[in-house]
Design a protein around this ligand. Sequence first.
Ligand SMILES: C[S@@+](CC[C@H](N)C(=O)[O-])C[C@H]1O[C@@H](n2cnc3c(N)ncnc32)[C@H](O)[C@@H]1O
Length: 292
Amino acid sequence: MTPADGGSPGTLVAGERVLLVDAKARKYLLTLKPGAMFHTHAGIVAHDSIIGGTDGASVTGSTGRHFLVVRPTLSDVVLKMPRGAQVIYPKDLGAILLAADIGPGMRVLEAGVGSGALSMALLRAGADVVGYEVRPDFANGARANVAAWSGDDVAYRVEVRDVYEGIDEVDLDRIVLDLPEPWQVLAHAEKALRPGGIILAYLPTINQVATLRAAMTRSAFGMAETSETLRRTWHVEERSVRPDHRMVGHTGFLTSARLLVPLDETSASLEDDAAASEQDPDEGFEDDPAEQ
Ligand SMILES: C[S@@+](CC[C@H](N)C(=O)[O-])C[C@H]1O[C@@H](n2cnc3c(N)ncnc32)[C@H](O)[C@@H]1O
């Protein structure tokens, strides 16, 4: 088993990564090496005191303080792993998997790959991932981060190339983009995705979203949706139960759309549909909020 599978149920072994958590809930990610020492604000911890121990147990540091030792979750690794490019936050990674409907065996093109956080989430969901990344250093960093998380035996390939210049893959199930101008990818995506396939773009500003949505109206993509995810943690301690004072205010917007097949001449025309909708008894009613 690899960390991506949830780790082995057995004892902690040299070479695997663990998360140390101190009394102030500060987290440290380290790779266990026999004889090594890990220095923290709360004291030094000998790796040997962790190796052979149990996931979820505590160890004692040089100052006598205790540290919890657990195998890291995907969220822990994403927030602590080496990064060149800004990673997508776990709250958005979860939302992306559902908005793009990622599932086992799906063929997914991801661009740009950056530090590989989204790659790790896509692979965790069972997808086969091809990544396009313009920067060779980021491509190498992503490969290393993914290998440290999933091992080498995963369906993952990163090519150093500019996705704005085209996509070689065909019959893709999904395309997931985290780069500044996803509208430059739409024409390529129309050829590379299978009909009904989903494209998703993650963008930090609403101006970019507006440009993308306008470009989508001139493309074969439809059923477009834009959302953002706000996550607020709570302080829960005896009689003090309230939202935490601090939260991540803004990260990015998710826009997804599906590749549609145009109506051909033998089908009902759009004018017919428009005429029919004038008599639609549901016209004017709000969507059911439960469907949102
Ligand atoms: C914010 S980072 C992606 C972070 C990544 N989603 C993650 O979670 O680690 C954006 C990446 O897009 C890459 N990029 C920008 N334009 C690109 C293009 N036209 N083709 C391929 N990659 C591109 C950048 O080099 C950068 O690594």
